[in-house]
Write a protein that binds this ligand. Sequence first.
Ligand code: IVH
Length: 675
Amino acid sequence: MAENIPEHIKKEIEKLVKELNYHCYRYYVLDSPVISDEEYDRLYRHLKELEDEYHYVLPDSPTRRVGAPPLDKFEKVKHTEPMLSLDNAFSYDEVIEFDKRIKRFLGSGEVIEYTVEPKYDGLAIELTYKNGLLSRASTRGDGYEGEDVTQNIKTVKSVPLKIEGVPGIPGEIDVRGEVYMDIEDFERLNREKEQKGEPLFANPRNAAAGSVRQLDPSITASRKLHLACYGVGFVKGIEFKNQWELIKWLEKARFPIPPIVRLVKGIDKVIEAVKEIEEKQRNFPFETDGTVIKVNDFGLQRALGIKTREPRWAIAYKFPAHQGTTNIRQIIPSVGRTGVITPVAMLEPVRIGGVTVSRSTLHNWDEIERKDIKIGDTVVVERAGDVIPHVITVIKEKRTGREKPFPVPEKCPVCGSKVVREEGEVAVRCIGLNCLAQVQEKIKHFASRGAMDIEGLGEKNVELLYSKGLIHNFIDIYKLKKEDLLNLPRFAEKSAQNLIDAIETSKSTTLARFLYALGILHVGEYAAKLLAKNFEKLEDLYKISPEEIMKIPQMGEKTSRSVSDFFNDTENLHTLKTLKSMGLKITNPDFEGEVKGERPLEGLTIVITGTLPKPRNEVEEMIAIYGGHAATSVSKNTDYVVVGDNPGLKLKKAREFEVKTISYDDLLKLIEHRT
Ligand code: IVH
């Protein structure tokens, strides 16, 4: 059929394929696109239409990346050159020993040139190109024979379908590299799996391997996989003198290569490069487990040869494993300043990477259930970088039957209030108003400007009064006497009187302010105002049910439940009644008497960047209350980006996607205008 296609159509298809592949490379390899996603999609659709109409699909057409049907099984593939493994070095001494061994073997004292590269923790892949076209992709398998995963690997956008950008395309070349998944994408994938109730991947390497070894290529396509190339196997029609030249060639031929490759002379410089990579890999978005040190010169590599499975010319220096095995003596619930309760494992002290570890966060109860952690268990603990140590896994074989599960506490271990666990959320919280773990934060919020507005009761003074035992709850504020203050270092006659006056003045307030001041979960200024519009008196909220609150159309389920929980807690009601008996006067100018349900932002997706006149969570709450969706990242589905001071990358993204940008004032106008 190709014969009947008009020449200009062929030319156009060829041009589109070339263009699209170039943009794909700019986006996925260089991470620096020069056209918008919409423009790319437009070109892609145009190509697809032409291909469908004329049944003319070039072998490197980007449309070939998708749409292959699922397989029954993978075909076996014999590697022309075996894919070797690497010897490990666990200390710098062993690296120095490696250099000595090489010199001994070569019988020469000459200083050797090495390359140092990150060691990717992914899945090794061989890409076979014939006359520049990708003809097959295979897994490493046992090193001699792997599996044909061509259709899956084609969905990885940074894999070139054709070798371009270099003169003299080799007749055949087996490019080798690692397919991997970024840590963030691995975590996102696991969160999605968790929601669907599917088993989770243990680490990014398993996630990458699981995604490649998939019989259905559409699943592979849905995973965010990357490639980094670091070597070749069989080659015909091109010669490389050394590893450095090879890496530079791969880079030029549009293959993705590691972000750092160092070429150094002598083993001291090798160790410097290893240290540099160890330092920098902390900021890599993917996991590495060490560096690979290779003799640069391919002639020397050949002279050194292979032992049985590992070459003599390379070694993997493994970063020290910050892991240890120990026993969980006890699990204690720890209440944070916001009321979130975190289970913490108290460990039999163990030394990991030079530090004694005796406690480890278990994050939340979902994590406890998922990893099946019990008191008395033997566990593997990891300390990565400077982060808090965490339990990796339970060694089930060591169980004696005497281990005890640790259920979610029914009451807050600090104040005894009710504990709630919201649906769809992993966090477990204490809702007690007077919980000592949270009380300082609660008092600071209570006294703040938009709340009870008690001038002179800012952060510093709350901390001082709390530490002197003068305030433990809201009620204590109204019991304060001038004499109490005069005994304190920060107060003199005048400042003490001013604070007492400010406290007195704050007794007259509005329902909206007071509700906001209570710091009820999910109730910011706007939700508080909404409640005040719909409920005349504070007492109308006592013992309220979530359903009654949900009658207000703008009120979501989460907020309604949280308000209801708050006003059904006996301790909380006692506090409110006491405050009123102490002379608190609450008026309600906002009350409207009837339920109003305007949703001026209905259907709009809005993203915030930079600093706005109001805290971000409040603006997001306002957006939600008026029916909009406050998203965290910009996409082509975003309707508006609200830009504050010092905007971040999201502003750049907004321009890229041609999303409308507005100011905070514009947002307020938008709400007003649409009501
Ligand atoms: S070179 C003989 N370079 O490590 C040369 N391998 O333990 C072996 N790997 O199967 C390959 N990053 O999957 C090389 N920069 C790198 C690497 C690397 C990760 C993996 C590869 C290999 C395994 C050997």
